[in-house]
Design a protein around this ligand. Structure first.
Ligand code: SAH
Length: 355
């Protein structure tokens, strides 16, 4: 039987992207190779972002051939891109090995480069203002697909990425196991060796996962999408609130800051007429006390299908000033990628537009 179809062939090969050192050592042993080959493979894949066995120059030609026969390094590929000339923000559509795609946003800051990474294709949290939720959840991303968004963005831009925010498509805590492996891969000294403090994970408020996260990754930054401080209203815009209502969420947030000693970021997306009134500011003053936190006000980016409008920049600044005046640290998020729908929460598979 001759195999001519590359795809069929790849299906029979092992995908090494996303494997831990231990798993790569096992794979090396299966090939009849010394276990240290596992570590070498890990360094190539996660430390250098290499996918081509022919460029793994510390392997003999014979071993490279064996690797090509039995394995491949999968992941994602930039299939299209939008560039905001004003601020250098680049939005990528990452094609996956099946026909799906997710988005990532590369941003330049004074302190370095940051990538906003997706954790799922679509999302099942159903927040009414969010583009990623429009078609529900398609599937979880693997740890390898998450990690390769970072490696691919580096290969593609030629720049190094030193901050990661998991604020792209999907709810990371709805894909906890793969998120965990992804964070461990990025942090590994034989990989990118990225400090946990340089990573932020954002959740819509899945309380049990927040508790687990505090134990597993006390140094990774946590952001919580709050958006409203009254249960009925929050449940209407964020259905997750029905499962984990505000009191439980805020109590867990307080426990989190005590347990980890780390400041939480509360994201507060401003929807005109929905959560930007004086009563909303009063609720914030009343409910957000006695913990280490910071409020990030984000005027909603318009998503056509939702019919919702963002608050004005002026209103956002007014709210921030009012909160600051009574000791609540609040800032208005700097708008990056405004020209390209690049802001978080506007990520979706705009394939027909982009391609
Ligand atoms: N599911 C996670 C992470 C992804 S969304 C979470 O909910 O936190 C990242 C942030 O963008 C969240 O705070 C989300 O509520 C916000 N967001 C979603 N849609 C938005 C929009 N259209 N404009 C501004 N922010 C939005």
């Amino acid at each position: 039987m001759s195999i001519t179809d590359g795809r069929e062939c790849d299906k029979m090969k092992k995908n090494l992207q996303g494997l831990t050192i231990e798993e790569l050592q096992e794979f090396a042993a299966e090939l009849g190779e010394a276990t240290f080959r596992g570590k070498q493979l890990f360094r190539w894949i996660n430390g250098k972002g290499e996918k081509d066995f022919d460029r793994m120059t510390d392997f003999s030609l014979k071993l490279r051939e064996k690797l090509k026969e039995k394995a491949y390094v999968g992941g994602v590929r930039v299939s299209s891109e939008q560039h905001d000339e004003h601020d250098g923000t680049r939005k990528f559509l990452f094609g996956l090995e099946d026909s799906n795609a997710v988005e990532g946003v590369f941003m330049k800051y004074r302190y370095g480069n940051s990538l906003c990474v997706s954790s799922q294709v679509g999302c099942r949290m159903g927040c009414i203002f969010c583009a990623s939720a429009l078609d529900g959840l398609v599937r979880n991303l693997t740890a390898g697909e998450m990690a390769d968004q970072v490696y691919e963005a580096e290969r593609h831009t030629g720049e190094s990425i030193n901050h990661i925010v998991v604020m792209g498509m999907g709810e990371p805590f709805d894909n906890y196991e793969n998120l965990k492996t992804f964070l461990e891969l990025l942090h590994h000294p034989d990989g990118k060796n990225l400090g946990y403090r340089n990573i932020t994970v954002s959740t819509s408020g899945i309380v049990p996962a927040m508790k687990r996260f505090a134990e597993d990754f006390p140094q990774v930054n946590l952001a919580i999408s709050l958006h409203r401080l009254e249960d009925a209203g929050r449940s209407r815009i964020m259905p997750v609130n029905r499962a984990y209502p505000l009191e439980e969420l805020l109590q867990t947030a307080g426990w989190y800051t005590e347990r980890t000693g780390r400041r939480i970021t509360f994201e507060y997306t401003l929807i005109r007429g929905e959560n930007d009134g004086p009563e909303d500011v009063a609720l914030m003053k009343e409910k957000l006390s006695r913990m280490l936190f910071h409020v990030n006000l984000i005027p909603l980016n318009k998503v056509e299908e939702t019919g919702l409008e963002g608050s004005s920049r002026k209103r956002a600044e007014e709210m921030a000033a009012e909160l600051n005046s009574c000791g609540i640290p609040a800032t208005v998020r700097r708008e990056l990628g405004g020209d390209i729908d690049g802001a978080c929460g506007q990520l979706r598979q705009k394939k027909t537009i982009l391609e």
